[in-house]
Design a protein around this ligand. Structure first.
Ligand SMILES: [Zn+2]
Length: 280
């Protein structure tokens, strides 16, 4: 795979192959003046940022293509990216997930866990494997867009009232059940008239996923990936049923447009902690 930045338009002039993440392009042959770019393999993907250390506006491109003029949308580029490309990222950012599991008062969760009493006498408890499975499924989507989800902590909460959400979304999010620098996820049994719900980023700060069908990992992973999309700042739904951000009842094909990916990464520079600059 090769992503090459060029100093002049039409893939001309001094060039630099992005073989690893670069926090500051100033010491490369293209400096901060990359004007065009080529991607030569299907698996190529790149995030360019207007500022050093992967900050500012982001431009995402993947697959085989040429951006013959970085600042021109009609030539594959993006407005604002003329002589402003300061850092480049080709490996995923890690996002830590702080997962709250909202069980019933007695600790039970249909399909996933017995009550505390039953657990003592040999009941089942498979939250960890369920969470690992749906996060792996969501990662199959987000890895394509340079985001890696990692579970940092799973905490069991007991509240029959919040276990099956009707109108208690905000009471749930107002609980002090969040961890700074993490993407906060809430797993509930059900949500009135929805499979998942996520208020706009910057408010509430939590993505709620319902677990109506614990055995359908693809569907549950898709709900998680979709709600995290909202969490990462993608507010609108799309018409294309293959797009991750459409309203649907079947697992999507996990497609995101470049614009959606850019929206997410721009949000992540500001609102939610990305771990370490480099993810080795
Ligand atoms: Zn949605």
């Amino acid at each position: 795979m090769t992503v090459t930045l060029f100093k002049k338009d039409n893939c001309q002039g001094d060039s630099f192959i992005v073989a690893e993440d670069i926090t500051d392009l100033k010491n490369t042959p293209v400096k901060h003046n990359a004007s065009s770019m080529s991607l030569t393999s299907d698996s190529d993907k790149i995030l360019l940022f207007q500022k050093t250390n992967y900050n500012g506006d982001a431009m995402f491109r993947n697959g085989i293509k040429q951006v013959t003029k970085m600042s021109s949308p009609s030539k594959g580029g993006k407005t604002g990216f003329g002589n402003t490309v300061s850092s480049a990222r080709c490996t995923p950012f890690t996002i830590n997930l702080f997962v709250n599991i909202i069980a019933n008062d007695d600790g039970s969760f249909e399909g996933l866990r017995s009550s505390d009493e039953e657990l003592e006498t040999g009941g089942f408890d498979n939250f960890d494997s369920f969470i690992a499975d749906i996060v792996e499924s969501a990662n199959n989507v987000w890895h394509n867009f340079l985001i890696h989800l990692e579970v940092s902590e799973i905490v069991l909460r007991k509240s029959s009232k919040l276990h099956d959400l009707k109108n208690e979304l905000y009471p749930l999010l107002w609980k002090d059940w969040q961890k700074k620098g993490n993407a906060n996820v809430y797993l509930v049994r059900g949500i009135h008239k929805a499979s998942g719900i996520c208020p706009p980023v910057g408010f509430g700060k939590g993505a709620v996923v319902s677990c109506e069908t614990p055995t359908d990992i693809a569907r549950e992973g898709d709900i998680l990936a979709h709600e995290l999309g909202h969490y990462f700042g993608i507010s609108k739904h799309e018409e294309d049923s293959q797009n991750l951000m459409t309203k649907h009842s079947d697992p999507s094909a996990g497609i995101l447009t470049d614009k959606q990916v850019e929206e997410a990464h721009k949000t992540l520079t500001k609102h939610i902690g990305r771990t370490s600059l480099r993810n080795e």
